[in-house]
Design a binder for this molecule. Sequence first.
Ligand SMILES: [Zn+2]
Length: 85
Amino acid sequence: MDPLMLDGNAVAGLLQEVFAVEMTTAIATCGACGAADAVGATHVFRGAGIVMRCPRCANALVTIVKDDTRMWIGFAGVRIVEVTV
Ligand SMILES: [Zn+2]
């Protein structure tokens, strides 16, 4: 395992700022391999921003960049996100 990698639970607070539902238990379906896993199980890498990768194939599911007043979230690698309402 990469020593710089965290799991998706590491960004729970950040996701809670944007989404009105609990996101770590949401199920994200990977756009590359089709695996469906909890967001909390994704592999999180922090650098200039955050990259959340599929735990099965390492596809970049979500990218997040934040400054003091704005946040940019890309879901380019996600096919579907299933949330409990
Ligand atoms: Zn995948």
